[in-house]
Design a protein around this ligand. Sequence first.
Ligand code: ADP
Length: 266
Amino acid sequence: LQQQLTQAQKMESVGRLAGGVAHDFNNMLGVILGHTDLALQHMEPDKPLYASLQAISKAARHSANLTKQLLAFARKQTVTPQVLDLNETVSGMLSMLRRLIGEDIELAWIPGETMGMVKIDPTQIDQILVNLCINARDAITSTGTITIKTGTAVLDKLYCSTHSGFVPGDYVLLVVNDNGCGMAQETKAQLFEPFFTTKEVGKGTGLGLATIYGIIKQNSGLIHVDSEPGQGTTFTIYLPKRTSTALPQKTSSTIAAEEQGDETVL
Ligand code: ADP
């Protein structure tokens, strides 16, 4: 529990810091990029400073990418959860994911049967799959397979008492597996920490899994990782199952409770 609290506190402080700084920083990067690109357009490529300007432009683009991820991490975008069919949502993203991982890696899709619904903003499913597939792609050195699966699970009290971190309930599962390099124990232990990365500078930000962690918590879900060095990695996401497409009717007392809740947060 202490570990989870520390993680939550870290996420919150980094999120607040990121949200405050990223927006202004992004504007300044726009100025740097605009001027650098203008100067590059008006300079002959054989001039001595051309390569320096190119380096500035490249670094500014990397920084812009980082601020974009920071903003996503700080969850500045408004979220609109919807009751949706996970199979339909994932199917709609496959062609985009295929482009993302490139031609050398195979993408397999195994939709589960009799799924039930989940309630989440579809753009968050998009964020989860993009981040997991980028990581899976980076873990595969030449050719390999990324498998996306869906399914369901019922976690009972007995199971949860013997598996730490699990909470009893009916869940819809989203599984992303790769047969890439896998992870050492030290990597697994720090996986969800903001800014933890083993990738080279400019390639990884260390925010992908921290962002996913935030999304999963926001939607009362769980995330589990299985990984062995040389064997590949499987991420399993558990989202609470919704039994029907109809949203629960709001009574005046639930509305009052929500309003009161909002006031407490503010
Ligand atoms: P980033 O991808 O920017 O490094 P993440 O938070 O997404 O940040 O991932 C953190 C680290 O976790 C990665 O740098 C990598 O070491 C490890 N990792 C994540 N997914 C995988 C995977 N599928 N296979 C092997 N290692 C992984």
